[in-house]
Write a protein that binds this ligand. Structure first.
Ligand SMILES: *Cc1c(COP(=O)(O)O)cnc(C)c1O
Length: 423
């Protein structure tokens, strides 16, 4: 495979951006490769600047549930662009999107549009603290909630592979109110509530973890979190930046049947543009300015172009009744092909991760038993055969509605031949 132009661009990029990238995992350090530079993408395929074609299972880390460049979305965006890129003022598109979101996430009685998942989670936590007048928050090891200061504690994703237990540049004071618990470990949470219960503003959780690789919640774990937060008058926040519109049209809360107090959405909700959302119970969201004293604002929040991409995407999800069944079937096929060569695969709906360990992966510590050198080998093999997956063990593989049966079959057959290679 020729990657000459990508290699040249990577050299050049390093003169201008730290590590040549605008987000660390893209540097492909964990898999020992040079990053590809993308030229364009369409449907389930992504094309690099050297003209190589790949079946894409990164899907921009989640947003592209419909695949790349879906025409209805592109048309909606270009039509909106013609009317102006940003106004910093109210427009009817915001209402249309908010209404669509609330229809599928009825727990989000009032919501705010923001620009990134990081911002959505940060703001939801601020609202939770403002509402409860408590300072402490409880998060889980291996759950990633964006890169805001207080949440960079055993945060999974890029931090997990790079083995940065914490980020430098974050003063100790910023994380001293962040309590750490183990995912799927009820006793641990119970103990923390026993000690600090009356000071805990909220529990923030990925209802299905996907940033230490995919780690589903154990039966009753989410119900347990709902009960214990109720008991202590603490709030439950679901970070559904990945799972929202992914596990079902109503996200993980509909999929698992548990209603949080606040929800953060991102990725899919922006249809490929920088847009995210936080919201929840009216009573809590009424604390947010201008109604209340919790300040949160944004120059580009509710940006018309981003809003039109989100709205167009959600409308397609709504009007495609077989979408989640089809995603389930395609993803199950990929899972089987990996299991057939002996990989330990966690999957929920259309997100899945193969682990290179015999231990059942249920939390951060068990995820870390995976042999990342083996993952890197597997990644390289797939890439060299035209299959693009996450360049890190601790991420999910994303399946889209644009993945054709033919390309799923092709991927499965490539995976099955890896079995032969490693035997
Ligand atoms: C991606 C992600 C975020 C951060 O979103 P950004 O848009 O990258 O800031 C937060 N939470 C979860 C669960 C995510 O997967």
């Amino acid at each position: 495979m020729n990657t000459k132009i990508s290699n040249e661009l990577y050299d050049k990029a390093q003169q201008f951006m730290p590590g040549g990238v605008n987000s660390p995992v893209r540097a492909c350090k964990n898999v020992g490769r040079i990053p590809m530079f993308v030229d364009h993408a369409n449907g389930d395929k992504i094309y690099d600047v050297d003209g190589n074609e790949y079946i894409d299972y990164v899907c921009s880390w989640g947003p592209n549930i419909l695949g790349h460049s879906r025409q209805e979305v592109i048309k909606a965006v270009t039509a909106t662009c013609e009317k102006g890129l940003t106004f910093g003022a109210c427009h009817s598109g915001e209402i249309e999107l908010a209404e669509l979101i609330k229809k599928h996430f009825p727990s989000m009685e009032l919501l705010r549009l923001v620009n990134s998942g990081t911002e959505a989670v940060m703001s939801a936590i601020r609202a939770a603290r403002g509402y409860t007048k408590r300072d402490k928050i409880l998060k889980f090891e291996g759950c990633y909630h964006g890169h805001s200061d207080g949440l960079l504690v055993k945060a999974g994703s890029g931090l997990l592979t790079n083995s940065i237990p914490d980020s430098s540049g974050v003063p100790k004071g910023y994380t001293e109110n962040t309590l750490l618990a183990k995912y799927n470990d009820e006793n641990f949470v119970e103990e923390l509530f026993g000690k600090f219960g009356d000071d805990i503003a909220c529990v923030i959780v990925e209802p299905c973890a996907a940033n230490m690789g995919v780690v589903p919640p154990k039966e009753n774990f989410l119900q347990f979190l709902r009960n214990i937060t109720n008991k202590y008058n603490s709030l439950l926040i679901f970070d559904e930046v990945i799972t929202g519109f992914r596990l079902s049209i109503g996200g993980a809360q509909k999929y698992y049947g548990i209603t949080p107090d606040l929800t953060a959405l991102g990725k899919i909700v922006g249809g490929g543009m920088p847009l995210a959302v936080y919201g929840g119970k009216s009573e809590i969201m009424q604390c947010v300015a201008p109604l209340g004293s919790v300040y949160q604002a944004g120059t580009l929040s509710g940006n018309p172009v981003a809003v039109s991409a989100g709205t167009a995407t959600l409308k397609i999800l709504e009007s495609t009744p077989d979408l989640y069944t089809v995603l389930e079937q395609k993803s199950a096929k990929l899972q089987s092909s990996m299991q057939n060569i002996g990989l330990n695969v966690n999957r929920v709906g259309s997100i899945l991760t193969p682990f290179f360990t015999d231990i059942s992966v249920t939390d951060y510590n068990t995820a870390k038993t995976s042999n990342t050198a083996e993952y890197a080998k597997y990644y390289s093999y797939l890439l060299d055969n035209g299959v693009y997956t996450a360049p890190s063990q601790f991420e999910a593989m994303f399946v889209s509605y644009a993945h054709s049966d033919e390309d799923i079959e092709k991927t499965c057959s490539i995976i099955s031949r890896y079995g032969k290679v490693i035997e």
